[in-house]
Design a protein around this ligand. Structure first.
Ligand code: 5GP
Ligand code: ZN
Length: 113
């Protein structure tokens, strides 16, 4: 499959991987928008948030707990951080493999879009 994030999961494209388990991997964004900018993605290819179902509850829960753990490791947990999932064209999603952005290390703007 011609998916850049599936290639990162497979090790075919290099990435600065911070965490990996049977459900998710986390790696640094190649074009960071904050001092800490990490992407948390499912190992399996899910195109977008719109494709997530009730059956994916353990996966979504894992993505959130991994984001929290990395926020601790990256030392932004105390001051706070933002997680965001862009969905579809107008949601600003560019890579069609579900991913959660973890952003921290600076004051986030009040605006979300
Ligand atoms: P989206 O706009 O789809 O929510 O976010 C996609 C993110 O993936 C962007 O922040 C972009 O910088 C990041 N990205 C795109 N291609 C790569 C890549 O090959 N490696 C890494 N580490 N990040 C990527
Ligand atoms: Zn994929």
């Amino acid at each position: 499959m011609d998916c850049i994030f599936c290639k990162i999961v497979a090790g075919e494209v290099p990435a600065d991987i911070l965490y990996r388990d049977e459900l998710v991997i986390a790696f640094r964004d190649i074009n960071p928008e904050a001092p800490v900018h990490v992407l948390i993605i499912p190992v399996k290819h899910i195109p977008s948030l719109a494709d997530v179902t009730e059956a994916d509850a353990p996966l979504v829960s894992r993505m959130i707990s991994v984001a929290n753990r990395i926020a601790e490791q990256e030392d932004v947990a105390e001051k706070g951080y933002r997680v965001a999932i862009n969905c579809g064209e107008q949601g600003g999603q560019l890579v069609p493999h579900l991913h959660m952005h973890l952003l921290g290390g600076r004051q986030m703007s009040g605006k979300l879009g």
